[in-house]
Structures are given as C-alpha cells and as structure tokens.
Write a protein that binds this ligand. Sequence first.
Ligand SMILES: [Zn+2]
Length: 498
Amino acid sequence: MTRFDEFKDIQKKLKAYGLVLNIASWDSNTEAPKDCFPYRSEMLSIISGEHFSLMTSQTYQDIIRDLLDQQDDLSETQYKEVEKAKKSLDKIVKIPKHEYVEFSKLRNMANRVWEEARENEDFEQFKPYLEKIIDFQKKMVSYRSSTTQPYNVLLDDYEEGMDMDKYDHFFQTIKDELVPFVQDILNNKPKEKPSYITESFPKQKQKQFVEYLLEVFDYNLNRGVLKESAHPFTWNTHSKDVRLTVRYLENYVFSSIFAAIHELGHALYEQQVDEMFDMTNLNSGASMGIHESQSRFYENIIGRSKAFWEAHFDKLKTLFSHQLKDVEIDDFYHAINWVEESFIRVEADELTYPLHILLRYELERAIFNDGISVDALPELWNKKMKSYLNVDVEKPSDGILQDVHWSGGAFGYFPTYALGSAYAAQLYYAMKEALDIEKLVKDNNIKAINTWLKENIHCFGSRLKPEEIIQKVTNEPFNPKYYIRYLKEKYTELYLKK
Ligand SMILES: [Zn+2]
C-alpha cells in the first residue's frame, strides 16, 4: 500500500461519516418531527466525535506531511486532494480541543439568545454573547496564524485567495458607482408596487410551476429530489445525489419561483461536477463565491430576464389565469425587477442587494481590524443604512439583529454573496462572446447554457481555485467593473429610459 493509498483509505472513512452526518442534516431540515432532536443530537455528536478524531489523528497528519514532502510522486489531481485535506486540517488541528468544544457550545447558546433577542427587539440581550463570540473568534484565528491579519484569515476561509485589499477595492467600486446610481433609480421609480404581486397564489399550483422549472433547467431527477423547508437550500454529497428545497408563500409567488431558480443554480453546478471526482474531496463546487455566482447567474441574469419570461410567461398565466388576467409581460418583467428601499437583506432586490453587503463588510472589517466596540455597532449600522439605502431603522430586527451569521461566529461570510453576483456578471460577458444567450433562453434551450457552464466551470469541481476559474474563463483576474456595467445596463433600461 502506497502512502497515497493510505491517504485515500482515511479519506473514504471520513466521507462515510460525512455521508451519515449529511443525510441526518437533510432529514433534520425536511422531514424530522420536532421532538426527535435531543436524542438525535446526542447520537450524532458521537459520530461527529469519531469524524473529528479520525480527521485530527496523528496517523492522518503524518500521511499528509509525508505526501507533501514527496509531492513530485503525485499527479496534479492527487496533489490538489492532499493540499485541500491539509487546509481543512490546519483549520482545526492547532486549536486546543477543549476550546474548540467550548466555542461550539458558545455558538449554540448565542444562536438561541440571538433568536430571543430578535423577538424581543433587544440588542442588549444579545450584546454580551456577540462580544464573547468575537473575542473567541479572534483567539481561534490567532492559533492558526500569528502573522496574517485576523479578518484576512476569515475572509480566506470563505473564499480562498480573497483578502481585505481585494475586497476593499471591490466594495469601494460599489460605493463609488452603485450608491449614487441606486439613488437615481429610487428617485425615478413609480411609487406604487403592482398589487397582483401579493394576491393569493395557491400553493399546489406554485408547486406545479416549480416542477415545470425543474424541467426547463434540465435538473436531473434521477440524481436529485425536491422538497419543502422553512428556508430554501441545496444539499449534496456527490454529483449523483444533489437535492433542493423551496418554500411556498401563498401571498408572494415570486418567492418560490426565484428561490427555486436560485437553488437550481447551486444544484446544476453540483450535478455537473465530473464523476471522476466522486470519491475525492474535490467533488463539490470551487468556493462559496463561485457557487453563489452560479445560483445568481441562473436566478437573476437568466430568471429575471425578459427573454426568459417570453418563453415561460404563458405557462405561468395558464396556472394563475385569475391572478394574472390583466398582466402584460412588460409589467411582469418590471415587477420581478422591482427596486426599493428595504431593511432586510434576504428580501432585497438584485440592485440594492450589494449595498446590504457593503454595510456588513465595513462593520466586520471595523470589528476585526480597527477593534471597534460592540456597543458602537447598532448606531453605525443604522447610519450606514440611512446613507446607502435611505431608510431609518427603527427596530433591531430590521437592523443589526436580522441575520443569523454573527451568532454562529460566521464572520467573513457575507462578502461572498456580493462577490458571487459580481463573478456572475464577469462570467456572463465571457459567455456572451461564445453563445447567443438571449436567443437560447427565448428558445427554451437552457441545456446549451448548462453545457457551456459544465465545460468551463462545473466539471472541475474544486480542482481549480476561484481565481483560476475566473482567469481561465474570462481571460483576466476578477474585475468588479463587469458587475457595475451589468447592473447599470439592465436598470437604466428598466427605469431611466422614458
Ligand atoms: Zn445561494
């Protein structure tokens, strides 16, 4: 048995534990009855413990070290596998086990307190936990690297290769170019939102439309499942088991339609990873940012385009003949791209969305880099909301308490959402050189687009790093100007052309 065989052997065991834990989490989020959790978490914590012990075992660490010492004997893919394993290992192995466990307990606790605080509209209740989480996170990061700036370590965790320099440039571009443009649009938009948007659309018919969308996007049901859950998500273990969920809101039909297309973007990516990676740790998307680029490409660039609805509006009208009786496609196209001042990130439209992320990036940067106190955060949050989105936050649930991320210690995560949208735009202009996207979409030939994405991005799984993908597909490094161009082209046409 070679050293690499030994490595594969342990990888396979880790994957087996991973499969069990993943299936359980899919079940927890879709089917599991609510009283099952105390028993379940106790049993699962045993499996997690086994997984952790194997992953941090001295044997495994020695194998990885040896393989990296003799990397000339490895093929390129083998090397990438080992390199990725080393990276996951480094994230946990230097942290004393008791502190790792303590941090995990703190996060569970903080999550419960956050939920309560949000309900009570009481930031003070959450504040001591947020302080503890931040201190703990700083300490965790210091174990891993004493030289890299803490926020850079976290940013790299969520998007390999990204750091404050790169994000500063990105968000400065958004601030300079997009903030004034959004103001312009908001000043020029019609005051009244069309009322049919919030009429009642029966759930059963929404479901029928979502099933129709699965076909339109050529999602492979032999390798996937559609279910309902409180928050839509995509779940996968390898290319032949990629599932997604949606939820149906009777009075807001756009929710299920666009969440479905968004999750389909994530799911198609995973279904199209080359099966040669199934048994490796490279068998999933390249990064959070690249993943989000795919979901947002399908959701916004395809799903919210006029061409898409030229092909599918009739189908929607047949299902909802009463609700959409007097609605013309142009009005519908406007309604699905409605821009407005809003408090809540997850409900924001495509154009104002990055401003919500800009605010969070600036706050996280201030927390980790400038040591700003937690006391100062709510006021800073509200001030930025006023200046970027022109809204006055009146209660914490509309402001600083709206997102779950910080209660789980997930700092550095938010920026990938905006980055994903920006990647999507850059990839879109590259794709346009090769394909007549508008025509393909109008002709209901999404398959051709899927194939292009498969060959250029999806098939590689995580064998290529995010920056390698962007460079390879677009012939230049990440450049936010494409995102600005895309948004300005689309929303000028929609709102500023009289
Ligand atoms: Zn997503």
